[in-house]
Design a protein. Structure first.
Length: 63
């Protein structure tokens, strides 16, 4: 399964790892994907989306 957030559709990005002599080697920067139940369905969600979901839940329960 690909590491893609099912809410914001973010995925891994590519970049370069730089050595001391400034040689560029390709690398992959993955996002932090967690399994989370959202609206009763288990989804693969990034941690920034989990934070925003929790924030929305707290705001609705305060009022």
């Amino acid at each position: 399964m690909a590491k893609i957030c099912s809410i914001c559709h973010r995925k891994a990005v590519t970049g370069h790892s730089r050595s001391h002599s400034n040689i560029a080697t390709k690398r992959l920067m993955s996002i932090n994907i967690q399994s989370k139940k959202v609206d009763g369905v288990k989804k693969q969600v990034c941690t920034s989306c989990i934070r925003s979901i929790n924030k929305k839940v707290r705001q609705t329960t305060k009022a």
